[in-house]
Each structure stands twice: as C-alpha cells, then as structure tokens.
Design a protein around this ligand. Structure first.
Ligand code: ATP
Ligand code: MG
Length: 380
C-alpha cells in the first residue's frame, strides 16, 4: 500500500497542512521554519502503528509543547490531528487532553478519536471508528460491532486492536506504516555503535540509529552476492576507494580502502563525514528499500564534494521507494535540482505557522497542473 498523502493539524508550528507524497519530496527552508516539525509529525504518525504515540508526545514535553500554541479560531479545540491516506484508505488519529474522569495520570495525552475510511468512487465509507475507549468496526454486511474498553485511553487502536475478520484494513494500514523508516543524524563519536562490529543478522534495511551498518553492508555482499551498485556509489563519492564488509565469528565488520593508502581503515578509524556517508549509502542501497524513507538534514557534517554523489544516490533510490527529505542546504538542493526534475519545495513561515510555497489548503501543488502539461510535452 503506497502512502499518497498526509494531513497534519496543530502539531507545533504546523497549523494545518495537507501534503501529497511523491516518489521524491524535498523540502528546503531557513532555520526555524518548521522543517524538522514536518519530519517529526510523520514519525509521530508512525508511532500510532507502533503504539507509542502518546509516550512520544510525553517525551517531547507533553501536549502543551507539542500542540500549536499560536492563535486559534474561536471554538476550535486545538487537538492534534494526523492522518495518512493510502490510495483508497485513510487513517486518522486525534489526540487531546483527558477528561478528569478518564485520566490515569493528569495531563497525559489521550487518544480522543481514530478512524479508518475507504473511498469508493465518490462515496466515503467509515470502516473503523474509535471514540475514547470504544472501538466500533463495520462488518462486511455493513453492521457495526462495538468493543468497549478494547483499548486503553492512551493506546492507539491501530496498534492495540485487531479484528482481522471484520476489519482487515487495521492490519493493512498498521503494517504499511511499520515499514516507514526515519533517519535523523547518525552518531559518529568514538563510542558510537556504528564504529563497532555488530551481530551478524541479515539486515535488509538500516536501523534508525545505524547501529547495524556493518550487517546491512555484509547482507548486500553475502546474500545478494553482487555489490556492483554499491561499488559504483563508493567510486562516485570516494574515487579509487573500495568498501568491503564481511562476517567473522558471528559478527559483521567493514572497512574502506582509500586510494593511495597502504591499508584499509576500519569503522573506528574513519572520519565522521565518511562514516556518515557510508550510513547514507546503506540507507539508499540496502538489500530491500523500505516503501517510505524520511530523512532530516542528511547533509549534516558532509563535505560539499559529497553532496552531488548524495543527490545521485537519492534520485536513484526514489525510483524504488518514496523519499522525503528536509534540508537547509542550498547546495544539496542545487545538486538535487540537477539530478532530478522533481520540483523542490520551499518551507516558509506565515504568521508563525509553517507553510509550503505553492501548496493549496486542499493539499495540491499549484504547479502540478503545469508539470503534467510539461510531461505530456516531453512524451510527445
Ligand atoms: N507548540 C508550538 N506551537 C507553535 N510553534 C512551535 C511550537 N513548538 C515549536 N514551534 C516552532 O517551531 C519552530 C522550530 O521548528 P523546526 O525545529 O521544525 O525548525 P527547522 O526548520 O527544522 O529549523 P532548523 O533548520 O534550525 O533545524 C520554532 O520556530 C518554534 O518556535
Ligand atoms: Mg530542523
């Protein structure tokens, strides 16, 4: 199931945004306009599928910190609302403060509502509805069955409730969201797990912290047996260099032989930027690409000479997965512009709220129509 668009309401500086998802989405903007908030709101949505969404909000400082704190229209409840659409299916979640009777702990974020709806032609049919702790599911015949106290007030039905027979869409959406991957910086300090050998476990895609980097690389060499793509990508970034990854005694390791050096360097000897770039290689060239990959400022600590190879990696990977990048690097933006015809989106702030230039309230880019015209011209 492909993610087609997302909607965010009242998350930090994001007052209201509906954003279509394309194979490659690049958001660029100055400091403080809300790029990381865009990235974090998506990651928060995934936390509905893992079941930890209310904990993440508490970790981020609680609802008072996380909900839009700007001016609200009279009568608006200010609840945090997130939704994801997968072609004909749409999942939504609404989070607010608990009522005094429902609260296990005062101030704890509570899930007020959740829903799954299906669009069939012009009709929208509700398939699952959660109000506080009551989950209702519409069966095949159209009859509703209700499950009282099926979930805790702080627990998303998407993670905590399953009714495969009556509502397989819950499992479908949860599984689709569990496949999303988020990468925000990789620790490269001397004690970072990325610099140490890791357990030899088949690793089709890199974990969020990159701690299984050696296993992700060794998986390519061992299982695919063909690392030509990886070799070419290394050559593109570090001309004359060679990357090797292997398993020994239940652990995976890798090293990088640089041109003109008498011996290869292991992970603990590589520079921060080199190691980080190898992490990005593993993200974009993994054995299996996750369906949706979001990155927050992937260019951090990379030398400008690596931005063009990075842009090539990103453009190539966007043929196999949907990629979402937020950056404040004009150089990365320029490099992406020359590697891909995808329009880059500028994030701005208007009256304290995050906005995306050219994006309508209905969630479409104003230039989309003219792009379609252009591609038709290209084809002819
Ligand atoms: N609850 C809130 N309500 C409204 N605005 C908020 C809220 N919480 C944070 N902000 C605003 O969000 C902005 C920070 O957003 P974010 O961290 O996403 O910026 P950024 O574009 O990633 O910046 P940088 O390039 O520096 O990383 C700040 O201006 C802050 O004032
Ligand atoms: Mg940021």
């Amino acid at each position: 199931m492909r993610l087609t668009d997302i909607a965010i309401l009242n998350y930090r500086s994001i007052r209201r945004l509906s954003i279509p998802i394309h194979p490659l989405s690049v958001f660029v903007g100055e400091n403080g306009v809300g790029k990381s908030n865009l990235y974090k709101s998506l990651s928060l949505l995934r936390d509905a599928a893992t079941g930890v969404i209310t904990r993440t909000i508490a970790d981020e400082g609680g609802l008072n910190s996380v909900c839009w704190s700007g001016i609200r229209k009279r009568g608006e409840d200010g609840r945090l609302r997130l939704s994801a659409r997968f072609d004909r299916l749409k999942y939504s979640i609404e989070i607010g403060f608990p009522s005094p009777v429902a609260a296990a702990f005062a101030g704890e974020p509570m899930i007020k509502a959740e829903s799954i709806e299906a669009t069939e032609g012009r009709r929208t049919v509700l398939l699952m509805e959660r109000k506080n702790s009551l989950v209702s599911v519409r069966g095949e015949t159209g009859a509703w069955s209700s499950h009282k106290d099926a979930v805790l007030p702080s627990e998303p039905a998407l993670a905590g409730f399953s009714d495969g027979k009556e509502c397989p869409e819950i499992d479908l959406i949860r599984n689709a969201m569990l496949g999303w991957r988020f990468y925000h910086d990789f620790r490269t300090d001397p004690a970072s797990p990325i610099r140490k050998p890791c357990l030899a476990i088949t690793t089709p895609s890199l974990s969020a912290d990159g701690s299984d980097l050696a296993a992700a690389l060794a998986t390519l060499y061992t299982i695919r047996g063909d690392a030509t793509d990886l070799h070419e990508a290394i050559q593109d970034a570090f001309p004359g260099a060679e990357l090797r990854a292997w398993e020994q005694g239940g652990l995976c390791e890798f090293d990088l032989q640089l041109e003109d050096m008498p011996r290869p360097f292991r992970a603990h000897e590589l520079s921060d930027g080199t190691l980080k770039y190898i992490c990005l290689l593993a993200v974009f060239m993994g054995y299996r690409l996750p369906p949706f990959i979001a990155l927050n400022e992937p260019e951090t600590s990379l030398h400008p000479s690596l931005l063009a190879p990075l842009a090539r990696l990103i453009a190539k990977a966007s043929r196999r997965a949907d990629i979402w990048i937020v950056t404040h690097s004009e150089q990365l933006m320029e490099a992406l512009r020359s590697e891909s015809s995808v329009p880059l989106r500028r994030v701005i702030k208007a009256k304290g709220a995050t906005a995306i230039e050219g994006l309508t309230l209905g969630g479409e880019y104003r230039d989309a129509e003219s792009e379609d015209d252009e591609s038709e011209d290209d084809d002819s």
